[in-house]
Design a binder for this molecule. Sequence first.
Ligand code: HEM
Ligand SMILES: [Cu+2]
Length: 630
Amino acid sequence: MAEAAHAEVHRHPAPTGFIRKYIFSIDHKVIGIQYILLALAAVIVGMLMSVLMRVKLTWPGTSVSILETLFPQGAPGGIMSAEFYLSLVTMHGTIMVFFVLTTAPQGGFGNYFLPIQIGADDMAFPTLNMLSFWVTFVGFIVILLAILAEGNATVGAWFTGLGASWSAGSGTVGPIGGWTGYAPLSALGKAAGPGQGAGVNLWIISIAIFCVGSLLGALNFITTLINMRTRGMSLMRMPLTCWAWFTTAVLALLSFPVLLGGGILLLLDRMAGTSFFIPGGLYVSGAPVPLHSGGSPLLWQHLFWFFGHPEVYIAILPGMGATSHILSTFARKPIFGYRAMVFAIFAIGMLGFFVWGHHMFISGMSPYSAVAFSVLTLSIGVPSAIKTFNWIGTLWGARIRFTTPMLFAIGFVSLFVAGGITGLVLGQTSLDFFFHDTYFVTAHFHLVMGVASIFGMFAATYFWFPKMFGRMMSESMGKFHFWVTFIGVYAIFVPFHAMGMLGMPRRYSQFDEYTFLNNSGGLVKFVTVAALITVTVQLLFYFNFFWSMFKGKKVTSDNPWEATTLEWDIPSPPPHDNFAGIAPTVYRGPYEFSVPDAPKDYVMQSEPDAGEIHPGLGERSGNGGNGHKH
Ligand code: HEM
Ligand SMILES: [Cu+2]
């Protein structure tokens, strides 16, 4: 074979010790799984918090005894206080956005499959990759500390020695401020009220650490994709998953530094007496705020949302990539409009940097700026519609194989459309005046960013599980999981729209005082019951995941889905260096299904046409032959 001539020297031998193999591993596959496990742990915390929020909103007198033990002041007698609710909102949002949706799709699946899909033996900088994960992990530990520092006197006491701005155990619970941490509330420190002490410092530090981890990861993704594609893997032959991970990395590289910088300034305001975000003449609870003047709370909003809007694409683009890939595979059809899909994903990513002002329509900005932000926001509808049409075009007239990953991919399209439509509503200044800070917004972003991304990850998990672990997940459990979750999330979030139209404000722990909401009790209860059912069925997913890892049906082929990309050429699970030291050669695009006259209904990327093997081709095209040194 021509390939044999290009055999590479094995760069790093497989580690043997437990620690190097599973803990401080530099193998992108192990690191990918570590990210996935981190997300699986974080999402449990985030989900439990959402359940507690719904319980507090629906049955405010409920006593949860473990809360009394952990947070004796925030939940006296196990009954959640209003402040407890507000800190739940903050931590639920933060953990979901950062530690679930920014870790699993990119750090997890991207790490595992990007190098394999482009025919590389690892990431460009394996040690840096390991560092990215462990930095992110430390960020997660710090966010957990943030909860306990405010809410638990014992943990709080660890921090009180650090100085006045570290006052902790503030009589309530975790930090309060929403995942957006708006100034001046977030900049003032303890004086601003309960939940504003050490917990907020730790919250900022956690996010800053997270930014560093994500930045290192982004550098690695970009370098790997540009430098390490195997021969024949031209850009336009890459699977759409790779385009999505690449675009996501570019967004991360451009947006996380802004949040990191903003976070440092915020910390300086809290601890070093600066006034970046604190205006003069401020009063809190009737007392003047001394020593601060000249800062701008709006500056924080600009910095935050310059990061924040790209962040929602960081969360969802990998899901779009996985969905495109999986739809094509199980529709047994080439993806409709490959080039248009690449263009659209990049357009969405880039336009995402010019729309942050749509989060600030009611901040008092000039109506002229508002019009500009509004028009730019609506223009993102164009590439989004291109993607949607192409997904539908791919499914059109196909003989679809309704496997679990396919169901979740179709679910992704459904949720993306359902949630995206209301983006067009909110993108209009006049409508946003009413809807801003109501449950309508909560409905919009949960569907389009929260749950759609999660569906993308479910699809990816069911799809790649056999490759990662050499065993299949149970299809019957998977389908049951899909249907309950699919109906469940609509049952939760469709009523949110109605609540928003009634004028129900978000981030409120109770609505008793609002007579105009008196009739919403039934809706509120319905949502909570739906949430309890939906969350419970996720246990089945966890069971399926871990049970199948050890007891699932062993794969009988390395390509159980009859897919075309490079990962399906190699053993399941793949060996330490992916391609056993022989760089593969790519002869075609990634979605050659239902090819006329082909012996099977698909042709793999690595399959040459008869007579197409040219000895020496590898030296001329592609650049994967040399590997890299480190
Ligand atoms: C079982 C599914 C979920 C339920 C029942 C749920 C419920 C809630 C509730 C009740 C709130 C607070 C509303 C308020 O008082 O303003 C909230 C806020 C939020 N949720 Fe979820 N959620 C779920 C899943 C997710 C997911 C997957 C994400 C991932 C992005 C997410 C992200 C957020 C964010 C960013 C906020 C806003 C926090 C803030 O206002 O600062 N949620 N959610
Ligand atoms: Cu936005």
